[in-house]
Design a protein around this ligand. Sequence first.
Ligand SMILES: [Zn+2]
Length: 432
Amino acid sequence: MSARTAYRGTLVDFTDDPRVSAGALRVIDDGLLVVNDGKVESAGPAAAALAALPPGTPVVDHGGSLIMPGFIDAHVHYPQTDVIASHGKQLLDWLTDYTFPTESSFGDAAHAATVAEFFLDELERNGTTTAAIYATIHPESVDAIFAAAQKRNMRVIAGKVMMDVNAPDSLRDEAEQSYADSKMLIERWHGKDRLLYGITPRFAATSTERQLELAGKLMDEHAGMHMQTHLAENHAEVKWIAELFPWSKSYLGVYEKFGLVRPGSLYGHSIHLSADDWRTLGENGAAVIHCPTSNLFLGSGLFDLDAANASGTLAGLATDVGGGTSFSMLRTMHEAYKVAQLARRPFTSLDGFYLATLGGARSLGLADKLGNFEAGKEADFIVLDPKATPLIERRYGIAQDMTQKLFVLMMLGDDRLVARTYILGEPARLSA
Ligand SMILES: [Zn+2]
């Protein structure tokens, strides 16, 4: 394929948060996305853009389909791929009965590599082009996911889980060793091609204070690094944290004490928070990540996007597989809508698609590279086929405008809708 290629279809992206800016949704009915050397060169009406294209530029016609930025899954556990849809537990029992046994096998490099390939295939099939990924405590598990993502040119954040207490022997590291391993993995992978390292203490309950302190030290020593962990997901968990850290005024206070509430910090779930917590998150530039399918599946609670917005806290959207029940960000938006309904809060199709694209990029601090079709951004994009199923085709055809059409896609869509996934302007190469 030549360096410059154009893609024709209905272009849909966001220039800003639709809750902040009424004109944030950009729709170009017959649009042309021009990609040059893996970056967006331009996005505009096809008629004018076609006339301006250098002669001989290939044009890929996606006809009546939507072309939009690739989805961003801001919190997901690749080693839990094989426990998705395991029946019937809440968070702490889920960890003990399903998560820990399956994660124990990721010291085996060959097993880790097999699951990593399958996992990334699923992301690509579902139109997810970037993810913030938890590995396990084993450095081999981190090597496996980064090696697989590098082969596919994917921009991912991933990191070794740090966990030195309150976990089975086979899944515990040791504070100083986890620091040394993380440092070694940062040097090996961070900034290589499109790969970014995320310092990954699982959650406060499975780290000693020394380990959390060392996680903070890693943040201090590596500018611009991400830190991903879990926060206030479930009532029993919140109560346990209060028992483990009696000196802390809140769950978030534990992370705050060790310098982990700052730009680049990604807090999965963040459901049971006080007004004070929200203020702290917003003032310190941290992000919260909403995982609705997981929150409903594990009965954890109802995330409050309004509180995030009111406090100026960045918010992303995520599957949280395997606690989450789908790799599809469309299914995830669908459940986010239902979570909001249960809490009597608004959640529009624009909220869903924004969080899965530009909002997700902002939550990860990557909006200078990803999230919409601004010139110069990395050309990760997807093609959604509104004729994917008879029902979607019929209902989409009745919808009056793009806001309604997106709502139809968000409520009825899944991986069947994703006709194509492009990474840096190249069709995703599924390993299968
Ligand atoms: Zn999680």
